[in-house]
Write a protein that binds this ligand. Structure first.
Ligand code: ATP
Length: 326
């Protein structure tokens, strides 16, 4: 059975001028111990998806569909159960660790907090566990006495990872965990994440605009555009043999992990992603698509099989598969 299953997930923000459909009909699944990367430009809905998984969105937000964690419906959970699930079963590491840490509290206290709150350790046991966790993320135990400002950006991100690991969750959601870091430190933190998930059998959902980073860490990739998954499949296939023109542009923008020269806008892609409140008719990507045909302006193609575990929402994929199977 899948550890996590998203079924037709939608996230709609309500603002004064109307509704913002940030995530639209996303269905994905994650096997125990597997790592899924979610890619897309800014505004494609990646963070909204991540926040929906642990019900961290503003109260006024409408979340539709189903999120099953080990068969249990997250959206139907009572708050008490939801609080227990956060940290203990699934935890989240945010972008830019400086925002996730309290500047006036010592690192050790902050890592110990989820353990104490969830009753998983008494103060003495928590101290020991903090030392062990710091060691696991490559920091000396004495760092427990430091304040966040005494650490580098990379060290702070390691602390965030230690916090996420504290209650031994089965799932970690990492939202742009290395974006704010320089290239060398980024590579070290990615290696750490890979080692930890392999060692502890943790499942991972990692979010990034950089497909090369995701392909390096994850076995499955999903590419989002304007709130939809436009392609998903095994990392190697999606990164090296992308079938959706948007995924191809993203892959071309970041050919190798952390390559600074390629950290520019997706090559060959003009324009900006659409405003979710004014999505174009047909395929949302067609106004920017280098291979759009007339049909794309009127037809919003569903995900279409492009291989045994690979699918892409593009009229060209559908046409090719139809020709091959006829
Ligand atoms: N609290 C909010 N209220 C209204 N609209 C929001 C809110 N949060 C996000 N949005 C809108 O939802 C859409 C998706 O945003 P989201 O942050 O999920 O995208 P993203 O892919 O994670 O982008 P980034 O990489 O910049 O974080 C965007 O159009 C954004 O402006």
């Amino acid at each position: 059975m899948s550890l996590l299953e998203l079924d037709d997930l939608s996230v709609t923000y309500r603002i004064a001028s109307g509704e913002v459909p940030a995530v639209r009909g996303v269905s994905l699944s994650l096997d125990p111990g597997a790592a899924l990367g979610v890619a897309g430009e800014s505004g494609s809905g990646k963070s909204s998806l991540a926040m929906a998984l642990l019900r961290l969105l503003p109260k006024s937000t409408r979340v539709g569909g189903r999120i099953l964690l080990d068969g249990e419906d997250i959206l139907a959970m009572k708050w008490g159960r939801m609080r227990a699930v956060r940290w203990a079963e699934a935890s989240i590491v945010f972008q830019g660790a400086q925002h996730g840490l309290n500047p006036v509290r010592r690192i050790g206290e902050q890592i110990a907090e989820p353990l104490l709150v969830h009753g998983l350790a008494k103060p003495d046991g928590a101290r020991k566990r903090v030392a062990e966790l710091l060691e696991q993320v490559g920091l000396p135990a004495w760092r427990a006495r430091s304040y966040p400002h005494e650490l580098s950006g990379g060290q702070r991100q390691r602390v965030m990872i230690a916090m996420a690991l504290a209650c031994s969750p089965r799932l970690i959601i990492a939202d742009e965990p290395t974006t704010a870091l320089d290239v060398m430190v980024q590579a070290q933190v990615l290696t750490l994440i890979k080692e930890l998930i392999a060692e502890h059998g943790i499942s991972l959902i990692m979010i990034s605009h950089d497909l090369s980073v995701l392909a390096d860490v994850c076995d499955q990739l999903a590419v989002m555009y304007a709130g939809r998954v436009v392609e998903h499949g095994p990392s190697r296939e999606v990164f090296h043999d992308a079938r959706h023109p948007y995924s191809r542009a993203l892959a071309a923008a970041f050919p190798t992990v952390g390559d600074p020269v390629s950290r520019l806008a997706p090559k060959g892609l003009g324009g900006d992603p659409p405003d979710p409140m004014q999505l174009p008719a047909g395929c949302s990507f067609h106004p920017r698509c280098p291979v759009a045909v007339e049909e794309c302006a009127g037809l919003d193609v569903e995900l279409w099989p492009a291989g045994p575990r690979h699918a892409a929402a593009c009229v060209h994929v559908r046409t090719k598969e139809e020709v091959e199977t006829s």
